[in-house]
Design a protein around this ligand. Structure first.
Ligand code: NAD
Ligand code: WQD
Length: 342
């Protein structure tokens, strides 16, 4: 029996594939490589010495998806494949709705056809929108403020309806907070295509000298130092959360949502300090205006995932920063041989 990993060549998917293989799961990966590189999969093999099947295909391609289920004995699916940029989703919403939602519909239809009814789904803390209270619990109001977040909420609702229609499904909706860091080998990590939108990839590029300085978006937020507070979680801890979710859904049925974060919020300035401490690199920055749509603070209540998944994030903020830096230092051009400065 195999676990099908959609989007397995991506940032979180690649780290999860590695953990799955390391504990003995057989996996099959499907990815259209729209936001990832084949090299990530080669490195998973290099690190684990375990072979796995890869289909370079789009989830929207029904025929190939059918082939995947026909050719393999799939037990459960971890569904990472999706587009994830908030800003881009505002510019090209139809593309986001089509890719993320239609892709999931095609996947679910195919799963149902082949009697596979177990799924771990990559949702996002983005579904909470502007949190009324922190820490954010899973039963907080769901009010995403952008098309990307709405695709995640709509998929959560589709999956809930699917379960209502057929109680044999077993689904874990994992709401990630802010995944950062990289595998300790320094061989796999986050490799953004363009100018990074997210904080750590940008800091990495400042540290390596690709960019001159970081812009800190806003210094007048309602937080202890005026900069935005987030719940950063090490991608390896996050990957391990998927294994716990899988262990939970395989022998049961039902649908439930879980926050995956550390439960602690850090400000942008605290993150910069921690990165500097961990790496001995100076990160020059200036304050600029707030980024539209950003919230003051967002961090997870992790009581439910601790209790029900038996999972807890273990790595510290300094671990996250150091591991991010090691990946960047060892791979200045990401998975590319050479990358031009944008
Ligand atoms: P990523 O872009 O690195 O990985 C997603 C992968 O899916 C990529 O390899 C991409 O090529 C593939 N893909 C996209 N659309 C596809 C399609 N139609 N068919 C086949 N493959 C397709 O992103 P990530 O950071 O690894 O995120 C994984 C999942 O977790 C995404 O669904 C994302 O929305 C969600 N998520 C990410 C974060 C984050 O900050 N990274 C936070 C919360 C949730
Ligand atoms: C973190 C903090 C910024 C860049 C996003 C998505 C979310 C999830 C994770 C997918 C904020 C500040 C950032 C910079 C800065 N992804 N910042 N200068 O916005 O919390 O979450 O990624 O599901 O849905 O919205 O993460 O890393 O962009 O920002 O000052 O150059 O860093 O204002 O306070 P965010 P981020």
């Amino acid at each position: 029996m195999s676990i099908l990993v959609t989007g397995g060549a991506g940032y979180i998917g690649s780290h999860t594939c590695l953990e799955l293989l390391n504990v003995g799961y057989e996996i099959v990966v499907i990815d259209n490589l729209s936001n990832s590189k084949l090299e990530a999969l080669k490195r998973i093999f290099e690190l684990t010495k375990k072979d796995f099947k890869f289909y370079q295909a789009d989830l929207l391609d029904k025929m190939t998806l059918e082939q995947v289920f026909l050719e393999n004995n799939i037990e459960a699916v971890i569904h990472f494949a999706g587009l994830k940029s908030v800003g881009e989703s505002i510019e090209i919403p139809l593309h986001y709705y089509h890719n993320n939602i239609t892709g999931t519909l095609v996947l679910c239809q195919t799963m149902r056809k082949y009697g596979v009814k177990k799924m771990v789904f990559s949702s996002s803390a983005n579904v909470y929108g502007i949190p009324k209270n922190v820490p954010v619990t899973e039963d907080s109001p769901l009010k995403p403020t952008n098309p990307y977040g709405r695709t995640k909420l709509m998929i959560e609702e589709i999956l809930s309806d699917l379960y209502i229609s057929d109680n044999n499904w077993s689904i874990a909706l994992l709401r990630y907070f802010n995944p950062i860091g990289a595998h300790e080998s320094g061989r796999i990590g986050e490799d953004p295509n363009d100018i990074p939108n997210n904080l750590i990839p940008y800091i990495n590029q400042v540290a390596i000298g690709i960019r001159d300085k970081l812009s800190v978006f806003g210094k007048d937020y309602d937080t202890h130092d005026g900069t935005g507070v987030r719940d950063y979680i090490h991608v390896v801890d996050l990957a391990k959360g998927h294994l716990k979710a899988l262990e939970m859904i395989i022998p049961t049925t039902g649908i439930d949502a879980f926050n995956l974060g550390t439960g602690t919020g850090y400000s942008v300035l605290e993150l910069i300090k921690s990165y500097e401490n961990a790496t001995s690199k100076k990160i020059p920055y200036t304050f600029t205006h707030r980024r539209p749509g950003d919230v003051d603070k967002s961090y997870a209540d992790i009581t439910k995932s601790n209790k029900m998944l038996g999972w807890k994030a273990l790595k510290s903020l300094e671990d996250m920063c150091y591991d991010s830096w090691r990946w960047q230092k060892n791979n200045p051009n990401g998975y590319n041989e050479k990358k031009e400065k944008n």
